[in-house]
Ligand binder design. Structure first.
Ligand SMILES: Cc1ncc(COP(=O)(O)O)c(C=O)c1O
Length: 483
């Protein structure tokens, strides 16, 4: 690392100087202490407006760090210098992990093909991933995880690596449904042999070069054609086509990555056949000519989930605009991601970290003190699921709800109906030193918009509304769980 200091004199003993003594090219290479290195690593993030990686797990230290400067991998890890590792990614959508189990199954299949033994059983890997997602507080983004032959030495064989390693990181990303069409090119970069293309290993150099080729030609991404002349996949996406007779067709998965999104698409698309929107759904060998003659074409992958392709090698696909059937498939997958069955979506059990826990403890203590002096001094907020709001609240009104009941009894006012799991209703009391008694409103948990007032509640004055809206801006399901 090059020193930030114009002179290296301050560390003469520990400084390695390269280049000819006294020459202009003298390069100062300081030797830092551990704390200096940590300081340097943290410097980069101090000026960052937003930390894009809220949490990382590493089996090297056996836990989670929230400090992005410590999200590192040992240099003698065989995944780093030999590419002996595999990975996978699951999306985090509105507080849920989408298709985690499907991705985890593919992860372990890749590990087996790459001969990387996991340091933990599947259930432990899964628990770590869920806890990491919870610790990250990320509501939208992705969870990326790796299995590596592990650190040990710089040889080829993993024999000198005492144990394999598991790493995972959460990446904040405010992705949304893709509705605009993009251009594609046919890649001239050779694609990976089926043995390597079917496992999600860390060797993505062909994919990188293929992607760069597309960008150099003004396209969004490329499409590979295999040695037999059949359509394969994109550099990090699958592809799908709709024929003029409304057949949805995807390349077979025998020489390419079995995409979790593409598989889900194949499972859901028959609904559109039932509705008469598509004529059939299937996989097969697709020649370049047939693919280019499609009515509609699209990329399919996690986070897109469907991206319409409107031009290919500078020629329009179909009518050269986003097709209605592509959009129908996109809606189908998007709906599945945000509100599909819980067999495919895992609610993240968000927790509060120690610092937040002590903040909450302080608030609770303050609340207890105030309760004795000014029992009516509370602003009660009722957060309830509003129809059409895509965010579901993992909330249980416990202490606050009981408190409201007690307070209501003291005031002789009718208590709120008990919370019902179907309604996903929740209450939270926030201290409000105004001397007014409870103000009740219903907030949309996503937009923070005050939708309606609870029947029989006090009218909300503008002050009360501001408090509610302010509260909504900072509202966090895990806060409320404890709040
Ligand atoms: C080469 C390749 N093909 C296809 C895909 C799409 O897979 P998925 O839908 O599981 O994201 C990916 C994504 O990681 C990929 O890297």
């Amino acid at each position: 690392m090059e020193s930030q200091n114009p002179s290296c004199d301050h560390i003469t003993d520990a400084t390695v100087k390269t280049g000819e003594e006294g020459s202009e090219n003298d390069v100062c290479v300081p030797i830092y202490s551990s704390s200096e290195v940590l300081g340097k690593l943290q410097e980069k993030w101090k000026s960052a407006k937003k930390i894009p990686y809220p949490a990382m797990y590493s089996s090297i230290f056996g836990g989670i760090t929230l400090d992005p400067s410590l999200m590192v991998i040992p240099i003698d890890d065989h995944m780093v210098h030999r590419g002996h590792g595999i990975f996978d990614t699951a999306m985090i959508v509105n507080g849920y992990l989408y298709e985690l189990d499907t991705h985890l199954d593919r992860f372990l299949r890749s590990a087996s093909k790459a001969k990387v033994a996991s340091p933990f059983p599947r259930s432990t890997l899964r628990t770590i991933l869920v806890k990491l997602a919870a610790a990250s507080h990320c509501k939208k983004g992705s969870l990326r995880y790796w299995l590596s032959a592990g650190p040990g030495d710089f040889l080829l064989s993993p024999a000198g690596c005492p144990t394999s390693a598991f790493y995972a990181v959460v990446i904040d990303d405010d992705f949304s449904q893709c509705k605009e069409g993009v251009k594609a090119i046919t890649s001239t970069v050779p694609m990976k042999a089926p043995q390597f293309a079917t496992m999600k290993n860390v060797n993505y150099l062909p994919n990188v070069l293929s992607q760069m080729e597309a960008e150099e030609k003004g396209a969004f991404a490329s499409i590979w054609v295999d040695d037999d002349g059949y359509i394969a996949e994109g550099p990090n996406v699958n592809v799908a086509f709709i024929s003029k007779s409304k057949e949805l067709l995807l390349p077979k998965f025998d020489k390419i990555l079995s995409g979790c999104t593409a598989r889900r698409l194949l499972a859901l698309a028959p609904k559109l056949v039932e509705q008469g929107i598509l004529s059939s759904v299937g996989t097969g060998d697709i020649t370049l000519e047939r693919a280019k003659g499609s009515a509609e074409a699209m990329y399919v992958g996690s986070g897109l989930p469907i991206l319409p392709i409107i031009a290919w090698d500078e020629q329009p696909v179909g009518e050269g605009k986003v097709g209605a059937l592509t959009l129908a498939l996109s809606d189908l997958l998007w709906e599945d991601m945000i509100a599909g069955p819980e067999t495919h979506r895992l609610r993240i059990p968000y927790m509060i970290d120690r610092r937040r826990r002590s903040d909450v403890a302080r608030v609770v203590a303050r609340r207890k003190r105030r309760r004795s002096t000014a029992a009516a001094c509370r602003c009660l907020v009722v957060v309830q699921e509003i129809p059409g709001c895509p965010t579901e609240f993992p909330l249980l009104p416990s202490r606050n709800f009981r408190y409201h009941h007690a307070a209501a009894r003291r005031r002789n006012s009718p208590p709120l109906p008990p919370p019902s799991p179907e309604k996903k209703c929740c209450c939270a009391a926030i201290p409000w030193p105004c001397g007014f008694c409870a103000k009740i409103g219903v907030l949309c948990c996503r937009t923070g918009q005050l939708k309606k007032k609870k029947k029989g509640s006090n009218q909300l004055g503008s002050l009360g509304q501001s408090v509610l809206l302010l509260f909504a801006m900072y509202i966090h399901p895990s806060d409320l769980q404890y709040g």
